[in-house]
Design a protein around this ligand. Structure first.
Ligand SMILES: Cc1cc2nc3c(=O)[nH]c(=O)nc-3n(C[C@H](O)[C@H](O)[C@H](O)COP(=O)(O)OP(=O)(O)OC[C@H]3O[C@@H](n4cnc5c(N)ncnc54)[C@H](O)[C@@H]3O)c2cc1C
Length: 257
């Protein structure tokens, strides 16, 4: 089976991020594999081990993304591709990302593509479904279980805490949700092996794309942090007194009564 994983390098949201001049300043932040994409890597490896084939991890990003790709290789993926846009593009949006991925997949034999349900930094959740549409493939989002029998695929998907069961067929694109699996930590032998696994680097040119072809369709006009929350007030005393004080505060401070 030809299995592909879409992997995004994201900053760790546990990090303190600052916003300056309408942009997120993440220069000093730690970078990680988008956590939903870790589920995708883990599931891809399990499916490969059960059904045979190869797992290829693909990311669009800059040179530094090699570190996250090597981590995926150390987990057990077979090869990686970095589509390096560093020299070609300064800006991009979901259209850019999907257009590049569409070009990448245009001449590849694909059985299964696994992506994350959402990227934790920009969180649009668009890339998977949009790519499936461009590749004319069925798409199932937020999957928590997948079983493959021949070309028939049975899936459980998370629907706001409920489970929906779906039957579909390969070739297929799925997006992975928490609960699908427990991603493994790369082992020491895995890390050593990963250094020798193939990591191909491509640029827009290699995909027959010009900058104009991938020009973003949207423009981010402003990014700002939410206003800081005031500390809450704990009322004390007899319940009847607390109710009186609450009503008074709702009138005089919150001005909602
Ligand atoms: C060349 C380029 C320049 C960019 N410049 C800017 C910029 O200046 N400012 C800005 O705010 N954003 C920029 N972006 C980021 C872009 O706007 C979004 O991050 C991207 O379109 C994905 O949207 P999302 O993060 O909401 O992902 P979602 O749709 O939430 O991601 C879902 C899943 O899609 C897959 N995926 C998402 N992104 C990638 C990727 N890069 N590679 C592989 N798989 C992926 C992963 O599996 C992920 O879990 C740029 C992107 C590109 C490609």
């Amino acid at each position: 089976m030809n299995i592909f994983v879409l992997l995004k390098r994201t900053f760790d949201t546990e990090e303190k991020i600052t916003v300056a001049n309408g942009k997120i300043e993440d220069d000093s932040a730690e970078y990680i594999i988008n956590p939903y994409d870790e589920y995708a890597v883990e599931e891809a490896i399990k499916i490969r081990d059960e059904h045979g084939g190869e797992v290829t991890v693909v990311t669009i990003g800059e040179e530094d993304a090699e570190k996250q790709l090597r981590t995926a290789l150390a987990m057990g993926a077979d090869q990686a591709v970095l589509i390096n846009t560093e020299d070609d593009l300064e800006e991009g949006d979901q259209f850019t990302t999907v257009k590049i991925l569409e070009a990448f997949f245009s001449d590849r034999d694909v059985d299964l593509i696994l992506g994350g349900n959402v990227a934790i930094d920009e969180a649009s959740g668009q890339v998977g479904p949009r790519l499936a549409e461009r590749l004319d493939m069925p798409c199932v989002t937020t999957i928590t279980k997948i079983e493959i029998d021949g070309t028939t695929v049975t899936i459980d998907r998370d629907v706001e805490g409920d489970v929906e069961k779906v039957e579909t067929s390969l070739p297929l694109l799925v997006t992975c949700q928490q609960g699908l699996n427990e991603p493994r930590y790369p082992s020491l032998p895995g890390i050593m092996k990963a250094k020798k696994k193939p990591l191909e680097e491509l640029e827009l040119d290699d995909l027959d794309l010009e900058e104009d072809d991938v020009e973003p369709k949207t423009k981010t006009t402003e990014i700002f942090l939410p206003p800081e929350k005031q500390a809450g007030k704990v009322l004390e005393g007899e319940t009847a007194d607390q109710v009186k004080e609450l009503v008074s505060l709702l009138k005089t401070e919150a001005k909602v009564l």
